[in-house]
Every structure is written in C-alpha cells, then in structure tokens.
Design a protein around this ligand. Structure first.
Ligand SMILES: [Zn+2]
Length: 331
C-alpha cells in the first residue's frame, strides 16, 4: 500500500494518499453506534465457530515457506496452486482469474486472483479480501544491501491470507447464516507499486473490479485485511473505510471491544491509505480496511523490510482478528 511521506512529515501522524483533502483531526474519533460497554461475558457465542489462531498461524507459515511470492517467480506459482487447492479443500467454489498485468516499470506480471464462494447462491454477500503477492523489493530496509531483495511478506500479505484461509476452513464445516454468502478474494499484484503513482498499487483488485468473476457480481460490503499478524499490532479505523462505511467500521470495532480486544482495535481514525479497498469503494462496494497502523508512527516497522518474516508474527493477533470476523459473519 501507499504511504505519503510529505504529509507524514507534516506532523499530522497520518499517512495520506495523494490528492486527498485533509480532514479534521477529530473526524470520526468516536464510534457512531458501537456500544463499547458490553462486557465480554454477555456476548452471545452460541453457534459461532471457534477460530483457531494456531491454524491461522500455520497458514501464514506455509505461505512464507514457499519463499517470497513475487509475481513471475516459481514460489509465486507454487503458492498460488496451493492457495487454490486449500480453498477447494475447504469447500469453497473456486474461480481463478489469470491475467498479465503491466507494472509501472513495464514488467509484465503473470498474475492470478483467486476467488472462493461460500453459500454461492445467497444474494446478500460479504467480500473478504487480502493480497497474496509479495513486494519484490525490501526498499524500506535500513540496510541498503537488502533493499533489492524481495520481502518474505509474513505480515504484508500472508497474515491476511492466513486469517482468510482459517475462516474458509470454518465455513466449510459450519453452515453460514441463512441467506448470507461469503466470498474470499485473494488478490495478486498489490505490492509492485511505486511512490507517487496510485495506479501502480492494487493492480489485481483493479483488474477484479473491471472484470467481474460472475455477471453482475456486487457484494453488499467488503472487508480487507492487510498486515494483521504482527505481535505489536494496533488497528485504527482507516479514513477511506470510515467514509465508505462508518456503520461497518463501528460494528467491527464494537465487536472487537466486546471480545476484549479494545487495546488492539482503537476506535479512532488512524490513517488514510491507498490499498486494495480503494478500487472496490470506487466501484460502489463499501469496503473497510483492517490494517496495522501505529498511531503517530506509521505502519508496522518491518513494513517493506527484510524483517517482515515469521519472527514478527503472533498467533494471538491473528486470532483476535479472526475471532472478530467469525462474530461478524455468524452473528
Ligand atoms: Zn506492502
């Protein structure tokens, strides 16, 4: 995803995408409808499947073990095949979108979006997505010698996918609520981007929006997971998400609070980022981005560095995010 250094340096403590207007610093700092006072013992848990943090962790590790999933690499091809077979094994109706995208530097990227439907006939649909590709350069690493190497993408990519694979496993075993369908979208070519060029990011999602996997496909809402596995994660509401769906943001942060994750899910606006949710919002699908942001300090410090590896990944963080989502899906 894109970070704007000029605005970050301005002292606002916000990552802003290019071309956007400033917003009041107090904007959205209060949830509008979430009830943060519900104690966890009052939460109805009956019928809500148990998200397994260790299983999610293993799904993250499995991806990282393939090596950096950079488009055009053998690790990318093999990991993609494994993601398809894992989603099929969970019972999802899987569609693959293969395409050659052109990166900002002219590189043709052999890319693949992987889409899995659960309860495919239901009309009301929730889209859950994460990117599965890795950035080809650790260009934020403090060691210049490492900046041309690809990242492992344990947090930046694999963490969100790991949570979604565990949710897929649960959906295969536990019927979704009547009339509710869930689609999991693993998008490619998110992270081959460059500063000052918004179009160079989220290329797989943009392709997905312009080339529907099904005629008239339009989920009622979407939730993007990005960098949801770090030991020290905090999740602030993201600005474009709040603009697109304050109701969904409020509900997710309220569930997190009710489950006792209020120290991780901070009910305030933290950042404004260009990420995979933006093309979906532009296409009329209200989508929120749950992403790790350290208020006043930017992204996870290992972001786009050689240290974005399994040492940084916590099953507890993955579990917290996954539990919030199971409660939202099966509520
Ligand atoms: Zn990234």
């Amino acid at each position: 995803m894109l970070i704007n250094r000029i605005l970050l340096r301005s002292g606002l403590g916000l990552t802003m995408s290019l071309g956007m207007m400033l917003f009041p610093s107090c904007g959205g700092a209060k949830t509008s409808g979430g009830d943060d006072s519900i104690p966890s013992e009052n939460v109805e848990t009956t019928g809500i499947p148990d998200f397994n943090p260790d299983s999610a962790y293993n799904f993250v590790k499995k991806q990282v073990d393939f090596g950096p999933r950079v488009p055009n690499s053998e690790a990318h091809r093999r990991a993609g095949d494994w993601l398809v077979s894992t989603l099929r094994a969970s019972g999802g109706e899987v569609t693959e979108q293969t395409m050659t995208l052109t990166a900002f530097d002219g590189t043709p990227l052999e890319s693949r979006n992987i889409f899995a439907s659960f309860n495919p006939d239901a009309e009301k649909r929730l889209l859950l997505l994460a990117h599965w590709d890795c950035r080809p350069w650790a260009d934020e690493d403090e060691n210049p010698a490492l900046r041309r190497r690809p990242v492992d993408g344990a947090n930046d990519g694999a963490s969100g996918v790991g949570v979604l694979l565990e949710l897929a496993r649960l959906m295969g075993r536990n019927p979704l609520p009547e009339g509710k369908g869930v689609d999991i979208l693993l998008v490619d070519a998110e992270d081959w981007g460059t500063d000052n060029n918004e179009e160079s990011w989220a290329m797989g999602t943009r392709y997905f929006v312009n080339n529907p996997v099904k005629d008239g496909y339009k989920p009622s809402e979407g939730i993007l997971l990005d960098m949801v596995g770090s030991k020290d994660a905090t999740f602030y509401k993201e600005y474009f998400s709040e603009t697109a769906s304050p109701r969904l943001n409020a509900e997710i942060w309220s569930i997190a609070s009710s489950l006792g994750f209020g120290n991780m899910f901070i009910p305030q606006i933290g950042s404004a980022v260009t990420d995979d949710h933006r093309p979906l919002i532009d296409a009329g699908i209200p989508t929120i981005d749950i992403l790790d942001y350290r208020n006043g300090k930017g992204f996870d410090p290992v972001w786009h560095t050689a240290s974005d590896n399994m040492d940084n990944i916590s099953s507890e963080t993955l579990g917290s995010v996954g539990k919030v989502l199971t409660h939202y899906i099966w509520k």
